[in-house]
Design a protein. Structure first.
Length: 94
């Protein structure tokens, strides 16, 4: 019973909902236009944050930018979901 009180259920996404797209770690090299098209095909509105196109060494912008994007998305009551992009590296070469 107590556990049920602690869990806050979120409603399902619906047409027109805004979805934040952020990049909290390494920068992205991939073309994300197909991913945006899928969201739009589902009649969702992707909101692209600056970290998605930023680069600072291996990161998607400076720490402050990435933290700001996440916090702004969390604070925005119009944002109904957050998608975090990720650059997958099969191995790291030294």
């Amino acid at each position: 019973m107590l556990l049920q009180l602690l869990i806050k259920y979120r409603p399902f996404l619906k047409k027109g909902d805004k979805i934040a797209v952020i990049c909290p770690a390494s920068y992205i090299t991939a073309d994300l236009s197909e991913a945006y098209a899928v969201l739009e095909n589902w009649e969702l509105e992707p909101i692209i944050y600056p970290s998605v196109t930023a680069q600072d060494n291996q990161f998607a912008g400076a720490d402050e930018l990435r933290a700001k994007d996440l916090q702004d998305a969390l604070d925005n009551p119009e944002i109904k979901a957050i998608i975090e992009t990720e650059n997958v590296h099969p191995f790291i070469q030294s």
